[in-house]
Design a protein around this ligand. Structure first.
Ligand code: ADP
Ligand code: MG
Length: 360
């Protein structure tokens, strides 16, 4: 199974429901075989955008193109896409095999060809030999894999998924994320995946499209999104960051209260600036005193043990609160004082991320 993948073009797509602008002028190009996540909080327009791609929702304006062909007016069943939703939408009275074969029936493919295709699709999702099982006999994870097999059986070049793992518990969700990555590599289809979980989006995607209030805020590769957020909304949404208002001093430094911080990156020219401090980038000072790193000293207000890491909460003398995360086996953790004590942390100029404050 290698479908080649469909290229997708969304051109100035908008969708209004009365006064509600669910999608506002979204333009996005997705390459063949790309895995792109649509990420955003509840109500940001993710499902609406996926609906436009699937043909379940008509745009108020703009157009959708597959492989250069305008499909805006093409009904869902003629778009040749696989679709997987959160609630599986399996037929409970049918066996696993009948569920998986359903798209073949709907497409009127010769019945003789079904068993081999069903077997291949079930093998793909690690459910070989499950043809005769009833849906009620399956676990949540197995059901979701049946839904995946059903979406893939006609080898679609484009698969749409709307929060397909959100009903599963954390462990299963994480293992399914890795399985989906592998599956994507094997089948070579284009996948567009809706999630509100930033870790899930970072784990699986070639690129992540961040939505807010129906608009695309930033579309980038995961590491770029994390380390070069476009504004404070993206910075707050991706990774674990303390967001602190700062004042611009010049093109390479800002003031955090009374403290001057030097940045290796250009400081944007704006009145409302936010410093995003990723908790893993604040390091406990080892006292070797290089002149390069920025230093901050604060009072420890809490130390939380979380297994593989410790999260330490600090308050700076001007009242600013921030947190850092250290691997709990790390030597430097021995230098953490008890609550109430002072701790000096360092932040490399490369890691001074200053972004414009997002408009509401
Ligand atoms: N059928 C509808 N009628 C009216 N408003 C809708 C409808 N579908 C979605 N909306 C509104 O459009 C916005 C985007 O919704 P949706 O795309 O479902 O967001 P998400 O999937 O990101 O949670 C929300 O404000 C939602 O209330
Ligand atoms: Mg949704």
């Amino acid at each position: 199974m290698d479908s080649g993948g469909e290229g997708v073009d969304i051109r100035s797509a908008s969708k209004s429901y009365g006064a509600v602008r669910a999608l506002d002028d979204v333009t996005l190009r997705i390459e063949p075989r790309e895995f792109v996540s649509l990420l955003g909080p509840s109500g940001s327009g993710k499902t609406t955008l996926l609906g436009l791609l699937g043909g379940f929702i008509q745009p108020s304006s703009g157009s959708i193109h597959f492989g250069g062909r305008d499909v805006t007016q093409v009904p869902p069943h003629k778009r040749d896409i696989g679709v997987v939703f959160q609630n599986y939408a399996l037929f409970p009275h049918m066996s696993v095999g009948e569920n998986v074969a359903f798209p073949l029936r709907a497409r009127r493919l010769p019945r003789a060809s079904w068993p081999e295709k069903v077997r291949a699709a079930l093998t793909m999702v690690d459910l070989s030999g499950y043809e005769e099982r009833g849906i009620a006999q399956l676990s949540g994870g197995q059901r979701q894999r049946v839904a995946l097999a059903r979406a893939m059986i006609f080898e679609p070049r484009l698969i749409l998924m709307d929060e397909p793992l959100s009903a599963l518990d954390k462990q299963l969700r994480e293992s399914m994320q890795i399985e989906l990555r592998g599956l994507h590599r094997r089948i070579g289809a284009t996948i567009i995946y809706v999630t509100h979980d930033q870790r899930e989006a970072l784990t699986m995607s070639d690129r992540v499209a961040v939505l807010k209030g129906g608009r695309l805020v930033q579309v980038d590769r995961p590491a770029q999104l994390h380390d070069h957020p476009a504004d404070s909304f993206v910075a707050s949404f991706i990774g674990e960051a303390s967001l602190l208002p700062v004042r611009r001093l010049d093109c390479s430094s800002v003031a955090l209260g009374p403290t001057v911080l030097r940045s290796a990156r250009a400081i944007p020219d704006s009145d409302a600036l936010i410093l995003a401090v990723h908790s893993e980038k604040l390091l406990i000072d080892d006292g070797d005193g290089d002149g390069v790193r920025n230093r901050l000293t604060g009072q420890v207000t809490d130390v939380v043990y979380q297994g593989e890491s410790l999260r330490i909460f600090l308050t700076l003398p001007d009242g600013t609160a921030l947190s850092l995360r250290q691997p709990s086996h790390h030597e430097a953790c021995r230098r953490i004082p008890s609550v109430g004590g002072n701790l000096t942390v360092t932040l490399h100029p490369e890691d001074i991320i200053v972004v414009p404050e997002a408009r509401i």
